[in-house]
Ligand binder design. Structure first.
Ligand SMILES: [Fe+2]
Length: 240
């Protein structure tokens, strides 16, 4: 596990981001105690509609939870709104957005516990000692973006952006009948640094939010007659 961890850390330190292959992420999460991926993944079938969409879209479902993360400890915080300033999210930011809470079963699931511990193991050592917090304010989002005929689903309707945190993990949970949904990474001057498409469960994008912008192209149904969606987990960590 340490080799996989070190490889991701080195890539993020060098480039400001990294694509993590499913096998590497699987090794990391297995070491951190992952069990019952199927049950965890199935919980994306039970998300609430995001009614704060300034573009009027009804294509995003989500749940949200906040945690305190420190060495070896994962503690859920009381349910709270998600806030981004308009500097970071000119489309949907500037107000407290209350989303449905992540269920108790998902909040205590071994998969989420393993993912949060892995995030800490990745990101805490990448943080300079002088800025490293005692406890990381950590937010977890379950997202489903639905694509319909004539209405592409936009994973990042705000476009290329930063989340306004220190570190970001975006993990693919499931893709069903969608094309595109390509993750793009730009430097702070807007120059493209890389792009990749999360296709297989566990494949992830890891981002140093201070150094790069990220965005995802819209998803479209391959067969418009049947449901089409892209499920991801997003974990952000910032100094409290
Ligand atoms: Fe983001």
């Amino acid at each position: 596990m340490t080799d996989d961890l070190r490889a991701v850390r080195d890539a993020v330190a060098a480039d400001g981001f990294s694509f993590v292959a499913a096998a590497a992420m699987q090794d990391l999460l297995d070491d951190a105690g992952l069990r019952d991926w199927e049950g965890f993944s199935a919980s994306w079938n039970d998300l609430g509609l995001d009614t704060y969409m300034a573009d009027g879209g009804r294509y995003r479902r989500r749940r949200h939870a906040a945690f305190a993360l420190s060495g070896g400890e994962v503690r859920r915080k009381p349910h709270q709104p998600h806030y981004q300033s308009r500097d970071y999210n000119p489309l949907n930011g500037g107000l407290e957005r209350w989303f449905e809470p992540i269920t108790e079963a998902v909040g205590t699931h071994t998969a989420l516990d393993a993912i949060l511990k892995t995030c800490f193991a990745l990101f805490d050592p990448l943080t300079p000692a002088e800025t490293k917090p005692e406890v990381w304010h950590t937010e977890v989002h379950q997202f489903r973006i639905e694509a319909r005929a004539g209405e592409a689903g936009r994973p990042t309707p705000e476009g290329m952006h930063r989340d306004g945190v220190d570190w970001v993990l975006v993990m693919l949970i499931r893709r069903e009948n969608v094309s595109s949904g390509t993750t793009r990474i730009h430097d702070l001057a807007g120059r493209p640094l890389g792009s990749f498409t999360l296709r297989h469960p566990l494949e992830s994008a890891v981002v140093d939010d201070a150094r790069v912008f990220h965005g995802v192209t819209p998803v479209e149904p391959i067969d418009p007659a049947i449901p089409a969606f892209r499920d991801v987990l997003v974990v952000t960590m910032r100094r409290a």
